[in-house]
Design a protein around this ligand. Structure first.
Ligand SMILES: Cc1cc2nc3c(=O)[nH]c(=O)nc-3n(C[C@H](O)[C@H](O)[C@H](O)COP(=O)(O)OP(=O)(O)OC[C@H]3O[C@@H](n4cnc5c(N)ncnc54)[C@H](O)[C@@H]3O)c2cc1C
Ligand code: SF4
Length: 561
């Protein structure tokens, strides 16, 4: 296998302290992704003994090959639908069919390993939009129990401890410290976005990215390899949990990362306290890790699945689910997209995904009658196969034969996607639940996704597709078209399924990410989000994880768990 590893990067330590499963550690954390890595670092460096159960392997840069077939067609880094099947239905009345419904990365570092690293903070409005704009029929649109100001110090921790490059823009929320790294220089698509946006009176600015723009914390800066979205970074420039916080957890000498360990049930005692986690080891043998407290960080799809699979006599509807809200209010974020073909080469596939963004429509004019809002970037993140089979071809263009081949050959290097990232509303019937018949390769009930976009969201996506096309036109594209707006059947952002709130009747966790029903159980990942922002949720997921880690450590020190 070719060795892409940066010659000056020393191998990351994979030898950790080892605990015996019958050792009662302070915390067992399920999942080592964007949130789990942060919580592991915070708790272990605060002096606690921690075991992290991660179902996937512990990879190194040598595993991060530039092979599109392996990555996208053979799920080399992500959940494999052959062994972990999912089912999908639009409404609760339909029978769910087996089909790929969601994607996340399976391995130490989780989805932060292969994500695109657009790293937007949510803004003040995102935490209180329901009370500003009013509730909305057919949704569980609600305010958060915390404000932007509560989270700001933790956003800043993410900037500095995980590593974010950027520069304050005209719509940036208040920040207590500057970015630790300068923004990435504009690439071809960024220059085109600036051109079109300025013509339309918008104020484009540098995209905040969780990618090193200069050497940072012993890691290399980005070498603009272009194999970014969906791929692992072979030079440690992408600020994944794998290379930012997990090495610090390991260095604490108190955190065991246990890869290939698939949690199947959280056990509880007669008093309703969590006692540890039952899991399958690499040989598919069942084991049980005892712990004083459990933190679930398995993402917005796997976390509700694990809680529902942890039903018992005391918790017949699933653990921490007296509200019946576990799994509900799934929010995948929405999008309105347009494509443009330029007369000249753009070669947008090179480098990081996005370098400039437009946030002028983050909060929309109320006269439009739309809820939520969004932001734009220009990108070209389609591999040749994706381009040819999916998004690159305009409506009515030939899809077979010489004309089709000519189109692909002429336009791959000249195409640009304008991506309008938007809100998706929390709707109770949009959910993750257990499929009644389909099981995974370990015999555990599979994820069933039920999802239909709220009509307001579909209007919003259409609005953003129209604005996207206008932007491309203003940038000088010779041909533009909008991608059709359909209700989504596939989720990449997995949010909202164990929502945070003050009322145990309508939420799963409190404002400290502690389960209302189980005092020594915490849920810290994308599932606790109350609203979806305007896309790019991971900065907020990690800020919440730093905040939860801080509070959990204080509770533990005061013996309040
Ligand atoms: C292709 C792609 C591009 C993306 N680009 C962006 C972007 O540009 N910006 C952005 O903000 N977001 C992006 N996202 C979303 C982002 O990656 C997620 O929001 C984020 O990683 C979620 O963090 P998390 O901690 O909730 O879960 P994850 O990072 O998914 O971590 C969950 C971990 O738990 C493990 N796990 C799950 N179940 C179990 C179990 N039962 N036992 C043991 N371990 C388990 C998983 O293997 C995984 O490692 C992208 C996602 C994808 C798929
Ligand atoms: S584009 Fe930069 S951050 Fe992304 S994988 Fe390549 S080197 Fe890493």
């Amino acid at each position: 296998m070719p060795d892409h590893t940066h010659p000056r990067l020393a191998p990351l330590q994979q030898t950790t302290v080892k605990y015996r499963p019958d050792d009662e550690v302070d915390f067992v954390i399920v999942g080592s992704g964007a949130a789990g890595g942060v919580v592991a670092k915070e708790l272990s460096t605060a002096g606690f003994r921690v075991v992290v159960l991660e179902q996937g392997p512990w990879r190194t840069e040598r595993d991060f090959v530039h092979d599109e077939i392996k990555i996208f067609q053979q799920s080399a880094l992500s959940n494999d639908w052959n062994v972990s099947p999912t089912t999908f239905r639009k409404t609760e009345k339909d029978k769910a069919q087996k089909q790929p419904a969601l994607v996340y990365a399976r391995g130490v570092g989780g989805t932060s390993v292969h994500f695109s690293a657009n790293f937007w903070r949510f803004k003040e409005i995102d935490f209180k939009e329901a009370s500003v704009k009013g509730t909305l029929a057919g949704t569980g649109f609600a305010d958060w129990p915390i404000t932007y100001q509560d989270l700001e110090p933790y956003y800043t921790k993410v900037d500095w401890e995980v590593g974010v490059a950027g520069a304050p823009g005209p719509f940036d929320p208040p920040r207590s410290r500057p970015y630790p790294m300068p923004p990435h220089p504009p690439k071809s698509t960024g220059v085109l976005l600036e051109r079109g946006a300025k013509k339309l009176g918008y104020k484009p600015f540098p995209a905040p990215m969780a990618i090193a723009s200069k050497p940072f914390d012993g890691r290399s800066q980005c070498v603009q390899c272009g194999f970014c979205e969906g791929f692992g970074c072979e030079v440690r420039a992408k600020s994944s949990s794998l290379v930012s916080v997990i090495p610090k957890a390991v260095a604490s000498g108190r955190c065991e990362i246990r890869p290939n360990s698939y949690a199947r049930k959280i056990e509880t005692d007669a008093k309703g306290r969590a006692t540890g986690v039952k899991y399958f080891d690499a040989d598919k043998k069942e084991a049980f890790q005892r712990a004083k407290a459990v933190v679930v960080c398995a993402n917005g799809a796997e976390t509700p699945r694990l809680l529902l699979n942890s039903a018992s006599n005391l918790f017949p509807h699933g653990l921490a689910n007296s509200s019946g809200v576990v799994g509900k209010y799934l929010m995948p974020n929405g999008a309105g997209l347009a494509l443009g073909v330029f007369d000249h080469e753009v070669n947008g596939f090179k480098g990081i995904v996005a370098t400039r963004v437009v946030w002028d429509l983050y909060e929309l004019d109320p006269k439009l009658g739309l809820v939520g809002g969004g932001g734009f970037d220009y990108r070209f993140d389609a591999t040749p196969i994706q381009f040819a089979s999916d998004i690159g071809i305009p409506p009515k263009a030939p899809r077979w034969g010489k004309a089709y081949k000519r189109w692909i050959a002429q336009t791959y290097t000249r195409s640009v996607i304008c991506f309008g990232h938007t809100t998706s509303l929390p709707v109770a019937t949009n959910s993750i639940s257990l499929d009644p018949t389909v099981k995974d390769a370990w015999g555990v009930p599979a994820i069933r996704m039920t999802y239909a976009d709220h009509p307001q969201d579909l209007k919003l996506y259409k609005y953003f597709a129209q604005r996207s096309e206008e932007l491309l036109h203003a940038s000088g594209a010779a041909q533009t078209w909008q991608l059709p707006v359909d209700s989504q059947e596939f989720a990449v952002h997995l949010l909202g399924t164990c929502r945070m709130g003050n009322d145990p009747k309508t939420s799963v966790v409190d404002k400290y990410n502690r389960a209302h029903d189980v005092r020594n159980l915490f849920v810290v990942d994308g599932s606790s989000l109350v609203t979806s922002g305007r896309g790019q949720p991971t900065m907020t997921i990690q800020a919440l994880a730093f905040r939860a880690g801080d509070n959990i450590a204080q509770f533990a020190k005061r013996r309040e768990i």
